[in-house]
Design a protein around this ligand. Structure first.
Ligand SMILES: [Zn+2]
Length: 228
């Protein structure tokens, strides 16, 4: 069974997952949080230097900010979908489209103040095109494309049901509906939800908010399926 260590920095969660003697990092917070991250990792009895692999669910500033720093400190390779690698290499963030009032407002503001969302560029080491097993990295998990929030969004699914879905779902404001406030392609996002509902995933760890169950995703899908 993988051991999961959720780490919250500002309004974004990233995750460390320990399996055997291997340590996986999923998403990489915002830039400027390097020291806070290191402190939290140490408090968990782990070390940044021990991270073996970094997977970025998608390339938005609040999920990739300390990637460069962690990579330098640990020497871990960085895995990202091939459609997002060039953005990561530039250190940029294309602002996603809003799906509702708050998201639309933040999209407008984000486009005006886009310079705020820069971070240290990173050259990815492993590019995802399609489903990829993580067995050769020592994890009983699969990386699957789950586009919609962004074109190259990916999720990490462990065989035991733990699933890391980035911004494919937002668990914010204590709402039961986990539909994200941003998505570039809503029908595509809902199709990704269908594949998650049909997968071995049982517990979902989002980029924003607490983990939730498959029942919550099913409820949210039923509520939003007319948007396909
Ligand atoms: Zn995002």
């Amino acid at each position: 069974m993988p051991e999961i260590f959720p780490i919250k920095l500002s309004y974004t969660w990233c995750y460390l997952v320990k399996q055997g003697d291997k340590l996986l990092m999923i998403d990489a917070s915002l830039s400027g949080f390097e020291k806070k991250f290191e402190k939290k990792v140490r408090a968990l009895g782990l070390a940044v230097e021990d991270i073996d692999l970094i997977i970025l669910t998608h390339v938005h500033y609040d999920h990739v900010g300390i990637t460069n720093w962690v990579k330098e400190k640990s020497g871990a390779p960085v895995m990202v979908h091939e459609k997002e690698a060039s953005i990561l290499e530039k250190g940029g963030t294309p602002i996603p489209l809003g799906t509702e009032t708050l998201g639309k407002l933040l999209n407008k503001l984000g486009n005006i103040f886009n310079f705020i969302f820069s971070y240290k560029p990173v050259k990815a080491d492993i590019l995802i095109k399609d489903i990829l097993s993580l067995a050769k990295f020592g994890f009983s998990a699969t990386v699957v494309p789950t586009p919609g929030h962004t074109e190259g969004s990916i999720s990490v699914l462990f065989g035991t049901g733990e699933s890391f879905v980035g911004d494919c779902c937002f668990q914010i404001f204590k709402r039961k509906d986990v539909f994200p406030i941003f998505a570039n392609d809503v029908p595509q996002l809902l199709k990704s939800w269908i594949s998650l509902l049909n997968s071995e995933a049982l517990t979902f760890y989002p980029g924003h908010g607490q983990a939730f169950t498959k029942e919550v995703l099913r409820f949210s899908f039923e509520k939003n399926q007319s948007r396909i």
